[in-house]
Write a protein that binds this ligand. Structure first.
Ligand SMILES: NC(=O)c1ccc[n+]([C@@H]2O[C@H](COP(=O)([O-])OP(=O)(O)OC[C@H]3O[C@@H](n4cnc5c(N)ncnc54)[C@H](OP(=O)(O)O)[C@@H]3O)[C@@H](O)[C@H]2O)c1
Length: 244
């Protein structure tokens, strides 16, 4: 039996509150929680960032200075030198979406992309809908899925919002109401349409995934993504019995 995990939490918003609510059932103790202008309150095994993009660098610097492993769930930031900054000193796991179902969807999106690559008449696309308060667009998850579709379909060299040239993947974004997060990847062909949709009914899948990520990251060093965790569960699903 693993010792109880003690996490610290940056943020006091919607995702952070869902993580706090999910922690007891996951056997995780909350060591501290720090919102805007608040300092982390003591040692923790792993810290989780569920704040705002602008705060991520400060939280990473704090994690490096204190030797604390950090799960970054916040989206909308860009740190191309993240791996060099970490330098193998701590463990960092980044996840634009903590849902295991979305990790599966990203793999299936790559397969959809490959299928589209077989026939230029198969046009891949992506659509996402979030609540009206979400700050970034397209969502981090949409960008993850776009990258997966593009990896499968090399003729789509970039993505764009709305109308797209033949080499571009068309991405649709809707910000309205209270939607937790819906993502659709699809293929439009002259005589048929194939779509795959993920819809979150609450923030529970994200909160539970954040806690699973914190547990997984404990004691590791280096840079990881949610896919490194998901691989252990998902890889066996793609074994079709020895078919090449
Ligand atoms: N990975 C995933 O599965 C997943 C799922 C859902 C959301 N997200 C992402 O997680 C982030 C948070 O989402 P949310 O819906 O919880 O947003 P939110 O409700 O707006 O919460 C953000 C929180 O961060 C606080 N904050 C601002 N600056 C801070 C700082 N320097 N240090 C600590 N906290 C600070 C905000 O405080 P104030 O209100 O005082 O500004 C607020 O409490 C977003 O980037 C979102 O896209 C990721």
């Amino acid at each position: 039996m693993n010792a109880e995990l003690r996490i610290g939490l940056f943020g006091r918003g919607r995702l952070a509150s869902a993580i706090v609510a999910a922690a007891p059932a996951a056997g995780v103790a909350l060591a501290w929680q720090a919102g805007r202008g608040e300092a982390p309150g003591g040692p923790s095994d792993v810290a989780v960032d569920a704040s705002v993009a602008q705060a991520v660098v400060d939280h990473l610097d704090w994690a490096l200075a204190t030797g604390t492993n950090l799960v970054i769930g916040t989206t909308g930031w860009f740190l191309p030198d993240l791996e060099a900054r970490i330098g193998g000193r701590i463990g960092v796991l980044t996840a634009s979406n903590f849902s295991l179902s979305v990790a599966l969807m990203a793999r299936l999106a790559k397969v959809l992309g490959r299928f589209a690559a077989l026939d230029p008449a198969r046009d891949p696309y992506l659509f996402e809908h979030h609540h009206r308060l979400k700050a970034d667009a397209p969502s981090g998850t949409a960008q993850l899925l776009a990258a997966a579709l593009q990896a499968g379909c090399p003729r789509k060299t970039e993505w764009t919002l709305g109308p797209a040239a033949p080499h571009q993947l068309s991405v649709g974004v809707l910000r309205a109401g209270a939607e937790f997060g819906t993502h659709t990847v699809g293929l439009d062909a002259p005589a048929e349409v194939l779509e795959l949709t993920h819809r979150a009914r609450s923030r529970a899948p994200f909160a539970e995934g954040a806690l699973a990520a914190a547990r997984w990251l404990r004691g590791r060093k280096g840079l990881f993504t949610m896919d490194d965790l998901a691989r252990e569960v998902l890889d066996p699903l793609f074994d079709f019995g020895g078919t090449p």
